[in-house]
Write a protein that binds this ligand. Structure first.
Ligand SMILES: Nc1ncnc2c1ncn2[C@@H]1O[C@H](COP(=O)(O)OP(=O)(O)OP(=O)(O)O)[C@@H](O)[C@H]1O
Length: 281
């Protein structure tokens, strides 16, 4: 586990996250490095020749419209996607390497919880798989209690998962991913269906994980205002990466006030470039 200074600040937004440890993180090799990453699903090339990096200890937002390939990219990073070509290194090993299993937490869009177990029983079950044996019982109890508190479900710890709301069930899935204190957390649209207060609280948790535990977070969303909360952004469209930059740099580069406006600017530029290519053929 990479552990950075626990004295780092806790920003709610990325601006000003220059506390102790920030330089170390930037200097470290990236958590994810892709070169020429291509994925074919069925008859279609869904990701086309992508080059990008995900820096360690930071929050990288993966944004783009529905169907552009965000989930496919995440599945490639966690090693569950077939027909991946090119280079994809994750935490220093090829994506999908068995040693990465305990170092990565992955939360899919569909919550993976047992409805007939309580929140705590769900967590106890997964904790027992991660850290088995009687000798680890106290540690497991501590980790389960911490993970439940992390996602703000302490008051629902004894509720059946089947009786929770959609947003609460998603948070149980997130708690499962947090059990093993992963170095890399890959979250596929974790805030879908959550009210504004919960969304804000979850983003605060993501910033705390990055600043205090040195966790690298790769978070997908198609809500552009969430982009403003990320340290870095990968903007996608139709299986390609339009931009790999900070929100500030993106706004400055495109002369836009918001990341949403910057994204639209880049989409228009890509469409215009495509048209030019067509007419010069
Ligand atoms: N099992 C599959 N077989 C063939 N094509 C697929 C399969 N799953 C997804 N696709 C296609 O791959 C493309 C990318 O899908 P993906 O789920 O990665 O997009 P996404 O950006 O995550 O979308 P969303 O935001 O709606 O979840 C889509 O065009 C989709 O139709």
């Amino acid at each position: 586990m990479v552990n950075y200074s626990s004295g780092s600040p806790r920003p709610d937004t990325p601006q000003g996250d220059e506390g102790p440890g920030a330089d170390d993180r930037r200097d470290a090799a990236p958590a994810v490095r892709a070169q020429g990453l291509t994925v074919v699903r069925g008859p279609r090339t869904v990701l086309r020749d992508l080059d990008f990096t995900v820096p360690r200890g930071r929050i990288t937002g993966l944004l783009g419209p529905s169907g552009c390939g965000k989930s496919t990219l995440m599945r490639a990073v966690v090693g569950t996607q077939a027909k991946v070509t090119g280079t994809l290194d994750v935490l220093g090993s090829p994506a999908g390497h068995p040693t990465l299993r305990t170092r990565i937490g992955y939360v899919t869009q569909a919550p993976s919880v047992y409805d007939d177990l309580t929140v705590r029983q769900n967590l106890d079950y997964f904790a027992a798989i991660l850290d088995p044996g009687r000798a680890a019982a106290d540690r497991r109890h501590e980790n389960v209690t911490r993970a439940i508190a992390d996602v703000d479900l302490t008051t629902h710890a004894d509720a059946l998962a089947g009786n929770l709301s959609g947003g609460q069930r998603s948070r149980v899935s997130l708690a499962v991913a947090l059990l093993g204190t992963p170095e890399l957390l890959v979250l596929d649209e974790p805030t879908v269906g959550l009210d504004p207060v919960l969304r804000r609280d979850l983003w605060q948790l993501f910033h705390t994980l990055a600043a205090e535990r040195g966790t690298t977070l790769l978070i997908s969303s198609h809500v552009m205002d969430e982009a403003e909360r990320c340290h870095r952004l990968l903007l996608m469209r139709a299986g390609e990466i339009l931009a790999d930059d900070t929100p500030d740099a993106l706004r400055a580069r495109t002369g836009s006030d918001t990341v949403e406006a910057a994204f639209l600017h880049l989409v228009d530029a890509a469409i215009a470039a495509g048209r030019t290519k067509e007419t010069t053929r």
